[in-house]
Design a protein around this ligand. Structure first.
Ligand code: ZN
Length: 193
């Protein structure tokens, strides 16, 4: 497998609805380790497989963002949010849209069911920052970006920045440095199990 990279909006992987993972093997464990490295390198607190152009239902979280706090790392494989309660607004950003921030309304309390890297099922109840991060990352698996959930006036404040990312991506495709959307979608399809 070639080195993983975080892809930026509007890479088609960010609009891809990921398929459940069928097998947890050493290859997947390597992928997860590489994702944690990337997440820490770019000062993130969560990263979804879609963000490294892999169409897998998987994301990782460390709400501290601190690579030394390994006990705060959680890997969510085939996650389901089984309960959502309350509602709270808070600021979010995304490693696929660096330096763009906006207010997003999320459930204040959630219950998540998922599998860990040993294939063991687990359930966790989350609120505050971990709850927000998990809802943000879960959205990535559905092809949803955080600004899709913002109020229209909030989106218009950051629209110019979003457009800049779109422009850079299309220029890179025109220059031949980035494959076409069609080619990128073909690769995503090929990676599905
Ligand atoms: Zn994100």
């Amino acid at each position: 497998m070639s080195a993983l990279e975080i892809v930026h909006y509007p890479h088609p992987a960010l609009r891809w609805k990921s398929k459940p993972i069928q097998r947890i093997d050493s290859e997947l464990r390597k992928t997860v380790a590489a994702m944690f490295e990337l997440m820490y390198e770019f000062k993130g607190i969560g990263l979804a497989a879609n963000q490294v152009a892999l169409p897998y239902r998987l994301f990782i979280v460390n709400p501290t963002g601190d690579p030394d706090e390994k006990d705060q790392e959680i890997v969510f494989i085939n996650p389901e949010i089984s309960q959502r309660k309350g509602s709270i607004e808070g600021e979010e950003g995304c490693l696929s849209l660096p330096d763009v921030y906006g207010q997003v309304r999320r459930a204040s309390d959630i219950v998540v069911d998922a599998f860990d890297l040993s294939g063991q099922g687990f359930q966790c109840t989350l609120d505050d920052l971990p709850g927000r991060v998990v809802q943000h990352e879960f959205d990535h698996l559905e092809g949803v970006m955080f600004f899709d959930r913002m109020q229209p006036d909030g989106v218009s404040e950051i629209q110019a920045k979003i457009d800049d990312f779109e422009h850079v991506f299309r220029q890179s495709q025109k220059a031949g440095d980035t494959p076409s959307d069609e080619e990128l979608k073909k690769r995503l399809k090929a990676l599905e199990h």
